[in-house]
Design a protein around this ligand. Structure first.
Ligand code: AP5
Length: 224
């Protein structure tokens, strides 16, 4: 397979970022997580960050045109020419159409949309214990995946913090937004034959090996 053009779909807290870390190691793909890109923009007080801040704090989606521009820039940067892993984009039908059009215009197409699913009750449990490192966004959980030393990232030694939007009331809002605006993408990608489903309630390593097996099968099918 010449290109691996992948998107990760799923509710907040299903483990998209957790799996992305592993897939980036497995396949050496450029990784674009729109949530991370936006949080960095907010922290650095860029124009994008100023526009996005209010929406993010409320657990709402930022406008499609704002985030679509960010992705188009990445696709044109040259570093994603042999493949990419998108996490958190697309999140609406409008964004999915934009991505399809952008890839089509560059003579490219998506390899697969990887859906990592988890029920709401599990999402709430996970997000209340999530900790993220301030340097590289490495992800931990206080109970399910604790760091060796409390409050310190195993991989780069930086401080672990709780995300602002992981407060219970914001998590509930994010879940509602997911069900209303992002879940329709499951059928959208199913209709195009691109959807692959994974049970996000399994252990992270198990989810990872299922994804790798699926990608290996897709690569074989592409060669036939
Ligand atoms: P974003 O950062 O994308 O948040 P999200 O989609 O809500 O996803 P999360 O990062 O919360 O969850 P995840 O699935 O990556 O879970 P994780 O691996 O960390 O977006 C934030 C905001 O930005 C949005 O609300 C919106 O405002 C804006 N935004 C972003 N993209 C946008 C777009 N395209 N359009 C418009 N607005 C946009 O895991 C969670 C926890 O569970 C961790 O503690 C982890 O250790 C643990 N865990 C993971 N897997 C397992 C497992 N298998 N078993 C047990 N525990 C596990």
């Amino acid at each position: 397979m010449s290109e691996r053009n992948l998107v990760l779909l799923g509710p907040p807290g299903a483990g998209k970022g957790t799996q992305a870390e592993r897939l980036v190691d497995d396949f050496d793909l450029p990784y674009y997580a729109t949530g991370n890109i936006l949080r960095e923009a907010v922290e650095q007080e860029t124009e994008l960050g100023r526009k996005a801040k209010e929406y993010m704090e409320a657990g709402e989606l930022v406008p499609d045109d704002l985030i679509s521009e960010v992705i188009a820039e990445r696709l044109d940067s040259g570093e994603a020419d042999d493949g990419f892993l998108l996490d958190g984009f697309p999140r609406t039908i409008g964004q999915a159409e934009m991505l399809e059009k952008a890839l089509d215009g560059r003579g490219r197409s998506l390899t697969a949309a990887l859906l990592i699913d988890a029920p709401d009750v599990e999402v709430v449990r996970r997000l209340s214990g999530r900790r993220t490192c301030v340097k590289n966004n490495h992800v931990y959980h206080t109970d399910f995946d604790p760091p060796k030393n409390e409050g310190v990232c195993d991989q780069d030694g930086s401080r672990l913090v709780q995300r602002d939007d992981d407060k219970p009331e914001t998590v509930r809002k994010r879940l509602q937004v997911y069900h209303d605006q992002t879940e329709p993408l499951i059928q959208w990608y199913e209709d195009r034959g691109l959807l692959r489903r994974f049970d996000g309630t399994r252990e992270p390593e198990e989810v990872n090996s299922h994804i790798r097996a699926t990608l290996a099968t897709l690569a074989l099918e592409a060669e036939i």
